[in-house]
Design a protein around this ligand. Structure first.
Ligand code: ADP
Ligand code: AMP
Length: 218
């Protein structure tokens, strides 16, 4: 099964992606995670991406399309299927993805579109924190760890907040993503692939709706 998960920054894509991957065994491909790994490793691509990410801007399409194309061509994808998270984010990326999938003879099965009230997003992003060892995502108020200071998934004790979750950057990220997002969803609606999910509910209730949508796709 090959899926996209879409939604504004903070909509809950990563949170739902972790659950989808656990339940369905697909490969999680998050362009944001790939860029953060490249920045942490200080690769050339990471240094370039940082120039855009720190300002809340999008990394140029040719860079982003390139890393997705490479990842989709790896052998596990044909076996497991994929869940693309945070890509495509421009209509040009959507067209590039169409081309890449065609070239690899892969069919896209569905698009999970998490809809949220934009007013709730600043609060979600400013309270987000992430486990340094396994990357699990939490929220100070809405989704804290079960035991304070200990990751539920790996037992790690070190957490960090994303640099680009600062209020100044968040505003720009939301503006950029709102401006770019509409034509992408319209593109997939035309293909009859979109399942809209109400994202302003508890995490488990969102996931129950995601599972229903996936069952209808399969
Ligand atoms: P995205 O990947 O779309 O940017 P995340 O999954 O990282 O979003 O979620 C952003 C923040 O909001 C995280 O701190 C997460 O714990 C929290 N969150 C995710 N889903 C919900 C929800 N349904 N209700 C409240 N908070 C949520
Ligand atoms: P995310 O983790 O999805 O919130 O992405 C974090 C940041 O990485 C974004 O604000 C962008 O700067 C960059 N990024 C992630 N995915 C893309 C993409 N598909 N196109 C361009 N930039 C991206």
């Amino acid at each position: 099964m090959n899926l996209l998960i879409m939604g504004l920054p903070g909509a809950g894509k990563g949170t739902q992606a972790a659950k989808i991957v656990e339940e369905f065994g697909v490969a999680h491909i998050s362009t944001g995670d790939m860029f953060r790994a490249a920045m942490a490793n200080q690769t050339e691509m990471g240094r370039l991406a940082k120039l855009f990410i720190d300002k809340g801007e999008l990394v140029p399409d040719e860079v982003t399309n390139g890393i997705v194309k490479e990842r989709l061509a790896e052998s596990d994808i044909a076996e497991k299927g994929f869940l693309l998270d945070g890509y495509p984010r421009t209509i040009e990326q959507a067209h590039a993805l169409d081309e890449t999938l065609k070239a690899l003879d892969i069919k896209l099965d569905g698009v999970i579109n998490i809809e949220v009230n934009p007013e709730s997003l600043v609060e979600r992003l400013s309270g987000r924190f992430i486990c340094r060892s396994c990357g699990s995502t939490y929220h100070k108020v809405f989704n804290p760890t079960k035991v304070e200071g200990t990751c539920d998934v790996c037992g790690g004790h070190e957490f960090f907040q994303r640099e680009d979750d600062k209020p100044e950057t968040v505003k720009r990220r939301l503006d950029v993503n709102i401006a770019q997002g509409e034509p992408i969803i319209a593109h997939y609606r035309e293909l009859g692939l979109v399942s809209d999910i109400q994202g302003n509910q508890d995490i488990d209730d969102v996931f129950a709706d995601v599972k229903k949508a996936i069952a209808a796709i399969k």
